[in-house]
Design a protein around this ligand. Sequence first.
Ligand SMILES: Nc1ncnc2c1ncn2[C@@H]1O[C@H](COP(=O)(O)OP(=O)(O)O)[C@@H](O)[C@H]1O
Ligand SMILES: [Mg+2]
Length: 199
Amino acid sequence: MKEQTLAPEERKNYLLTAHKHCQRLSTLVEDLFELAKLDASESGPHTEPFSISDLMQDVIQKFQLTAEKKGIRITVDLEDNLPFVNADIGLIERVFENLIENALQHTPEGGTITLGLATDGSDVAIQVRDTGKGISENDLPHIFDRFYQVDKSRRFQAGHSGLGLAITKRILEIHGKDITVKSTEEQGTILTFKLPAVW
Ligand SMILES: Nc1ncnc2c1ncn2[C@@H]1O[C@H](COP(=O)(O)OP(=O)(O)O)[C@@H](O)[C@H]1O
Ligand SMILES: [Mg+2]
């Protein structure tokens, strides 16, 4: 309505704001849709045997540039002769993406993210560790809740719906598995989950 009276600078600001809100909504809708699909899924995950270390390397590749720009190192801690896992490869890729994205978001420059893979009985245990700011004891029980974000101001940022860990937890749930977290403030966070090994 004000189009005629807006200075170019003002016009640009309005457009930037509108663009930011669009991005935020788009992330939110995508994540909500994904969660709804996971909730409704009656067929269960489409599991197949695959190399979890190959998948992990592929996902790391995708984040390498962002990590370099932020001055964060991504390293791997791999056991020799790991068995394949039986899981839904597309969904597990999403789990890795969510966990690495979070680690990158909450780790300061100079930090390290370590991805660990090791056999654990009849499972392969998968760990994502960071040397980031950590999570307080008060917040820790809630981080897998839908829409829970420790820093409330991030609610208005694009790309962060507060659903990432809820989606992650749900994906592991439909595999019959759990995810656990350990964290120390100012030291870092460790997220661990397991997938069934194929021998
Ligand atoms: N590696 C981490 N280090 C510190 N805090 C984390 C980490 N991962 C998740 N969190 C906290 O848990 C909250 C929920 O994570 P998530 O569900 O992925 O939502 P989002 O990333 O959209 O904020 C984050 O907002 C953050 O406060
Ligand atoms: Mg997230």
